[in-house]
Design a protein around this ligand. Structure first.
Ligand code: PBG
Length: 338
């Protein structure tokens, strides 16, 4: 008589085909969104030193890159722009011929079916590197009682609306506000609707944490805050109930997709958002999470391909429907080979 109960899990692990049949989570290229960094200039395709395999592109180099991304089957890109000049209003973020607006046009022309998402945040465009209008910028002085340099919420909302409309006019398919201002989804929805863009979707960075994992990105996007930090608008890593409140607010305000960011240290947040809301969820496997893998792989300490696919699978298993990630092009190739 066997001492085991009737169920023996190893029966279904015996061969590759059996394992394939009982596989619960299937990572697919359909899940990926690939970030692109665009800047002014000509003939630029320069590797970002802290993010190997990712590049800064000038506009003329974008069509070829977009075509390659589309050929790999990746459905969407998210754009980050580095402006010519920065000022306290982040003016190039809503300029008709701003870098992101021109990038959207270039990509939509080359690959009309590739979904183009634009990140709506002012930190790359402001001279102070914060994600909004700070007290002390310009003639108007809202924010009574707040210190100089504090990011003024409602003043910022007007700019976010303008930025969203200008990205829409350039042809973006989805706008993705990442500044963590209160009321930003409603402000952007109203601004878009007022200009006739009621069918343009919003991907809300709903639970975006004040994370040290953004380090390599800030170098790539030239967007570190010049003073202070982002803890007065991004969330504390210690909080998950607050993430659910933030997500509920964004859904109320009109978000079509909600996001958790970063992903790897926040898998429990993804899971709770998944179990609480019946909305599409994006997770952002951010720059620091990517660069750690690259660095360890270069040292020969880990197998990059196996680790990357395991991480992306884990994020999907936690409940993400879409994964913004810097592995996307390689991962698309690896999945096609499997
Ligand atoms: C803009 C923004 C950031 C990231 C995406 N959008 C940086 C930040 O909030 O400082 C980080 C992405 C990454 O690290 O890959 N606010």
């Amino acid at each position: 008589m066997s001492v085991f109960p009737a169920y023996r899990p190893r029966r279904l692990r015996r061969t590759q085909t059996l394992r394939r049949m009982v596989q619960e989570t299937r990572l697919s290229v359909d899940d990926f969104i690939y970030p692109l960094f665009v800047l002014h200039g000509q003939g630029v395709k320069k590797e970002i030193s802290s993010m190997p395999g990712n590049y800064h592109f000038s506009l003329d180099m974008l069509p070829a890159e977009a075509e390659e991304i589309a050929r790999l089957g990746i459905p969407a890109v998210i754009l980050f722009g580095l402006p010519e000049i920065k000022d306290c209003y982040g003016s190039e973020d809503y300029a008709e011929k701003g870098i992101v607006q021109e990038a959207v046009r270039a990509i939509k022309k080359a690959t009309p079916d590739l979904v183009v998402i634009t990140d709506i945040c002012m930190c790359e465009y402001t001279d102070h590197g914060h994600c909004g209008i700070v007290k002390g910028c310009g003639e108007r002085t809202p924010g009574r009682g707040l210190p100089q340099g504090y990011v003024i919420n409602d003043e910022t909302l007007e700019y976010l609306g303008k930025i969203a409309v200008s990205h829409a006019e350039a042809g973006a398919d989805i706008v993705a506000p990442s500044g963590m201002m209160d009321g930003q989804i409603q402000a952007i929805r109203q601004a878009l609707d007022a200009e006739g863009y009621e069918s343009l979707a919003i991907m809300a960075y709903s639970a975006k944490y004040a994370s040290a994992f953004y380090g390599p990105f800030r170098e790539a996007a030239d967007s570190p805050p010049q003073f202070g930090d982002r803890r007065a608008y991004q969330m504390a890593p210690h909080n998950v109930r607050e993430a659910l409140r933030e997500t509920a607010l964004d859904i109320d305000e009109g978000a079509d997709i909600v996001m958790v960011k970063p992903a790897l240290a926040y898998l429990d947040v993804i899971r709770q958002v998944r179990d609480t809301f019946d909305y599409p969820i994006a997770a952002y496997n951010v720059s620091g999470e990517f660069s750690m893998v690259k660095a360890a792989a270069r040292l020969g300490w880990i197998d990059e391909r196996a680790i990357a696919l395991e991480i992306l699978t884990g994020i999907k298993r936690a409940g993400a429907d879409m994964i913004i990630n810097y592995f996307a092009k390689d991962a698309a190739r690896w999945l096609a080979e499997q």
